[in-house]
Write a protein that binds this ligand. Structure first.
Ligand code: F6P
Ligand code: MN
Length: 444
C-alpha cells in the first residue's frame, strides 16, 4: 500500500511575522474592542428595554467577560474549556482535549501557539458566550449593525445587480446554451468578487461594494488564479440532461458574508433555478454570529425582506420572488452547529454525520469565501502546487467548488511556479483579497 503523505503543519501565531501572527496580535484584539464599544453604545437601549438591574447589569457582565477574553488573548494564556451550557460546548471541550493531546502539539493550547483556525474560531465562540450567558441581552447580535451598514452602503451595486438580473430574466427562455454559459460565468464571478467585501477582514471597517459589480469583470479575469468555471458548467449541464422526474438537480451554497456578497449569492441561486440548471437550492448559514459578517438565519431573512420592501422596482422584484422561492420550498435555508465549530471539513463525516449525509444529496456544493477555503484545506502550510483533491483530505460528500478571494496565506492547486512567480513581485498576494479562485473538485 502506498504510504499516506503526512499533513503539513497548521498555520499558527507561533510563526512570527506570518499573517496568522499579525491577525492574532492586532486584528483580533481590534475586533474585540469594537465588540465592547458596540455594547457600550447600546447601553441606553438595554436600559430602556430591560431596566437598570437586568439590562445594564447584563451589559456590564458581558463587557467584563470580553475584556478578560482580550487580555487572555494578548498575553497568550492557555485556551480554557467553555463553561457555558450551550449545545455545542461539549464538542468544543473535546476539541480542546484533542489539541492538548496532538503528538506534534506545542504544549498546552494557547492563543499564539495553537493552530490559528482553532483559536480564531474559539474567539468568536467566546464572544457568543459573553452574550448568550447574559439574559436578557442573550439574543443581541453584536455584529448586526455592521452587516446592515454593509448592505445599505452597497445599495448602488445591489441596484445594478438586481436590474441587470431582472432584464436577463425577461429573455432567459430564449438564450441558447452558449449564452446561458456566459451568464452563469458572469454571475459566478460576481459572487466570487462579492467575497471581497467581508468585515472581519477589515476589522469591521467599511468594506462595502461601491461600484457596479458587473462592469469590471473582464479586467479581473487575470486575477482568478484557478478558474474551473467550465467544469461547473459541464457538471450542471450534464446533471440537467440526466435529470429524471424523481431526481431533482440540487445545488447547495455554503454561505459566507451578509451584505453585498449575500445578494450576489442569491442572484446566482435565482439564476440557477430560472435557467433550469437546478431545481432546488439549499443555503447553509451560521447558527451564531460569526467572523463579524457571516450570514445567520436572521440576516438571510432580513436581507430578503429589505429587498422586497425596497423603493426600487427591480430590487423589490428580486426580494418578492425570493420570498416566493422560500415559500414554495425550492429554496431552503439550513443552519448547522458544525459550521461554527473549530473543526476543518475533513472531520465532518465523523463530527456531524447528519450534515455530511445531507450534503451527499447535492449535485454541487458551492463553498463561499476564505474561511470555508481554510476549512476545506485544513488551514495548513501546503505547497502551492499540491492538488486541491489531496488538500481536501477525504472530504468528498459531493462535487464541490470553492469561490474564494485570497485573504489568508494558504493556497493549493496552482500550476508549478505560479505561486512563486506572483510572490516575487507582490508579497501581499495571498492576503490582499485582490486574487481569487473558482476551484472545483469532482469528488471520489
Ligand atoms: O469572510 P471570509 O471570506 O471567510 O474571510 C474571513 C476572513 O477572516 C480571516 O479569518 C481573518 O481573520 C481571514 O481568513 C479572512 O480574511
Ligand atoms: Mn466571512
Amino acid at each position: 500500500m502506498a504510504a499516506v503523505p503526512a499533513l503539513p503543519v497548521s498555520l499558527s501565531g507561533r510563526f512570527k511575522g506570518s499573517f496568522a501572527y499579525f491577525t492574532i496580535k492586532d486584528r483580533l484584539p481590534q475586533i474585540l474592542t469594537r465588540v465592547i464599544d458596540t455594547l457600550h453604545r447600546h447601553k441606553n437601549e438595554f436600559f430602556e428595554e430591560h431596566g437598570e438591574v437586568r439590562g445594564v447589569e447584563a451589559e456590564k457582565r458581558a463587557i467584563s467577560f470580553l475584556s478578560k477574553l482580550r487580555n487572555e488573548l494578548q498575553t497568550d494564556k492557555p485556551v480554557t474549556p467553555l463553561e457555558d451550557e450551550l449545545p455545542d460546548a461539549a464538542l468544543w471541550n473535546q476539541y480542546l482535549d484533542y489539541q492538548r493531546n496532538l503528538p506534534n502539539g506545542n504544549g498546552e493550547p494557547s492563543w499564539f501557539q495553537s493552530p490559528w483556525l482553532y483559536v480564531e474560531c474559539y474567539m468568536y465562540r467566546r464572544i457568543h458566550a459573553a452574550l448568550a450567558q447574559n439574559p436578557p441581552i442573550d439574543n443581541f447580535d453584536v455584529f448586526k449593525e455592521g452587516k446592515a451598514q454593509n448592505f445599505f452602503e452597497s445599495q448602488e451595486a445591489v441596484i445594478a445587480l438586481c436590474t441587470y438580473f431582472q432584464e436577463l430574466l425577461k429573455n432567459i427562455k430564449d438564450l441558447d446554451e452558449k449564452q446561458l454559459q456566459e451568464e452563469l460565468f458572469k454571475l459566478l464571478q460576481v459572487s466570487l468578487w462579492g467575497n471581497k467585501c467581508d468585515l472581519s477582514f477589515s476589522a469591521g471597517e467599511d468594506s462595502s461594494q461601491k461600484s457596479s459589480p458587473l462592469q469590471s469583470l473582464e479586467n479581473m479575469v487575470p486575477y482568478i488564479l484557478v478558474n474551473d468555471m467550465e467544469k461547473v458548467w459541464s457538471l450542471l449541464v450534464n446533471a440537467k440532461k440526466n435529470r429524471t422526474e424523481r431526481s431533482n438537480v440540487r445545488v447547495d451554497i455554503i454561505l459566507d458574508n451578509a451584505g453585498f456578497e449575500l445578494v450576489s449569492d442569491l442572484v446566482l441561486a435565482d439564476f440557477l433555478l430560472s435557467s433550469k440548471l437546478a431545481d432546488e437550492v439549499y443555503f447553509h448559514g451560521k447558527s451564531i454570529p460569526w467572523y463579524v459578517s457571516d450570514t445567520t438565519k436572521h440576516d438571510f431573512n432580513w436581507t430578503i425582506k429589505q429587498l422586497g420592501s425596497a423603493n426600487h422596482m427591480w430590487m423589490s422584484r428580486c426580494g418578492i420572488n425570493w420570498e416566493g422561492n422560500l415559500k414554495k420550498g425550492v429554496w431552503v435555508f439550513h443552519d448547522h452547529m458544525f459550521w461554527t465549530l473549530p473543526h476543518d471539513f475533513s472531520s465532518m463525516s465523523e463530527v456531524a454525520s447528519d450534515l455530511y449525509a445531507e450534503l451527499q444529496k447535492s449535485n454541487l456544493l458551492l463553498f463561499k469565501g476564505d474561511l470555508n477555503y481554510r476549512k476545506l484545506t485544513g488551514d495548513r502550510k501546503w505547497e502551492y502546487s499540491v492538488p486541491f483533491h489531496q488538500a481536501l483530505n477525504k472530504f468528498h460528500p459531493a462535487p464541490l467548488c470553492s469561490l474564494r478571494t485570497l485573504k489568508s496565506d494558504t493556497q493549493v492547486g496552482l500550476k508549478p511556479g505560479q505561486g512563486e512567480q506572483i510572490q516575487a513581485s507582490e508579497s501581499e498576494w495571498m492576503v490582499s483579497g485582490k486574487y481569487g479562485v473558482v476551484q472545483f473538485d469532482a469528488g471520489l
